[in-house]
Design a protein around this ligand. Structure first.
Ligand code: TYD
Ligand code: MG
Length: 455
């Protein structure tokens, strides 16, 4: 019988495994990302000694459940994104580009919780920065007096031994890619190290009932480096996004076992740290110029919250053989689809035109409900005719040019009315009775009709 292989090769970007080394990962298409890993280690605790298994007791679904006393951070945006506060014993992965503000946010969370009544024990363990660096940041944030317990180490064994002896409420590991377990034979940040360190820390969090924050850096491709496997191991995955040049930061829940996903928290990075934004729509529309062609206000929903954003398009004569399509903050495939629908159903021609699309303020939108707003921004730029500045738009566009219904239209309209908008273009399927605002709504069933109206 052939000998069972003792090593496998795991992609550090996506976690796919292969029996033999190869230059390119077939799963994610990245080059030179495969790392050797011992098979015995995968997913198992290396701390456990050999023990015989005992019988599992099965119970019915309908039993008494433990109610969780959620830990409020005192930062409203975080409490909302986490589904109403942090659940004891849960593990939260906070991902984001380097320098986006993860350490700042977590230090603010730690300080907020540690200064609460009863002084819950908060441990901030930095593997990246020296104690002085964290202290300087704490002074800058004005939280240096808060009773956070700070340490700088990368040894997971020491961390576990220390936490076992304490009663932590919150533990922050910044970052998981710097952590090291000597029992695993590979360098910090490698697949096996990250997986093993996270596994041991999560196990301890469940056992002792503390909230564990793991900071994970995102690579250029957008996956948390070292790797996606972490997403499956934790209860909640939060991504911290934002454009470097902008001061808005968005905390987005992409997975949450204890709350809704796609919920966002909006922050502004100031010189004294991250400040919550009470009314994000007003902030995103603050720099809008009225009466300009190619600009359109989209009434969107992020999680449970309505959010108005400005969508800008610029269509210009192309100097290239293959015209350029550049998109910031939206899906470029979706833009191509909308241009194709406008060409096929409405007779426009974009073949000699460059098309640029931008979601103002550095926000990333994934909702298809923005289709109609994108189409209107493009057409407004092409015909150099501004849209009414007191109008919001939402609706999804189908391939035959039909405009489809979107979720929660009345919530979108309410937010628009609150910000002083008086007109809206909405899909026809929008039911009159659900309308609770006194905005004038133009119900449109097809892009073709919308364009006739606009021209
Ligand atoms: P940091 O939290 O170190 O980012 P990460 O841990 O995600 O790598 O944030 C670093 C950036 O934030 C840095 O460019 C400076 C900026 N910053 C402020 O603008 N104001 C502040 O009060 C702080 C602490 C940081
Ligand atoms: Mg950091």
């Amino acid at each position: 019988m052939a000998k069972k292989p003792s090593v496998q090769y795991v992609c550090r970007e996506c976690g796919a495994s292969y029996p033999k080394w190869q230059g390119k990962c077939d799963a994610c298409g990245q080059w030179n990302t495969l790392e050797e890993e011992k098979i015995e280690q995968a997913g198992f605790s290396i701390l456990n000694t050999k023990k015989k298994g005992s019988m599992i007791e099965f119970v019915s679904l309908n039993g008494t459940t433990q109610t969780y006393e959620r830990l409020k951070t005192g930062i409203k945006e975080i409490d909302r994104v986490s589904g109403g506060g942090l659940v004891p014993g849960s593990a939260i992965l906070v991902g984001g580009d380097p320098g986006i503000g993860k350490s700042t946010l977590l230090l603010q969370i730690a300080a907020g919780i540690a200064s609460k009544q009863g002084n819950p024990e908060c441990f901030y363990i930095s593997g990246e920065e020296a104690l002085d660096q964290v202290r300087i940041r704490a002074q800058r944030l004005g939280v240096a007096e808060s009773p956070v317990k700070l340490a700088s180490t990368t040894e997971v064994k020491d961390i576990i031994a220390t936490l076992e002896k304490n009663k932590p409420s919150v533990v922050i590991i910044d970052s998981i890619q710097t952590m090291y377990l000597e029992d695993v034979e590979s360098t910090p940040g490698s697949v096996s190290q990250v997986r093993a360190c996270a596994y041991e820390l999560i196990k301890l969090a469940k056992k002792k009932g503390f909230v564990l924050f793991l900071v994970g850096h995102v690579t250029k491709q957008g996956a948390i480096a070292g790797p996606r496997i972490l997403e499956h191991m934790v209860d909640t995955v939060l991504y911290f996004e934002g454009e470097r040049g902008h001061h808005f930061r968005i905390l987005r829940a992409v997975k949450n076992r204890y709350g809704a996903t796609d919920e966002i928290g909006v922050f502004e990075m100031q010189d004294k740290g991250l400040v919550e934004v009470e009314n994000p729509s007003a902030l995103f529309l603050a720099e809008r110029q009225g009466n300009v062609s190619g600009s359109c206000v989209f009434a969107g929903i992020e999680g449970s919250r309505p959010l108005l954003v400005e969508i800008q398009a610029l269509v210009s004569q192309s100097g290239y053989a293959a015209p350029k399509r550049a998109v910031v903050g939206w899906d470029s495939n979706r833009l191509s689809m909308i241009l194709a629908v406008l060409e096929a159903r409405c007779g426009y021609n974009f073949s000699g035109q460059d098309v640029y699309l931008n979601v103002a303020g550095g926000l990333k939108i994934s909702e298809p409900a923005a289709d109609l707003a994108v189409a209107m921004a493009v057409i407004s730029s092409l015909s150099n005719k501004p849209l009414p500045s007191d109008m919001v738009i939402f609706g999804e566009i189908g391939l035959s040019g039909e405009i489809r219904a979107v979720t929660q239209p009345s919530l979108r309209l309410k937010e628009a009315a609150k910000l002083g908008f008086t007109n809206a273009i909405v899909p026809t399927s929008f039911k009159k009775e659900t309308k609770q605002t006194d905005m004038s709504c133009y119900e449109i069933g097809n892009v073709h009709r919308l364009i006739n109206w606009f021209n």
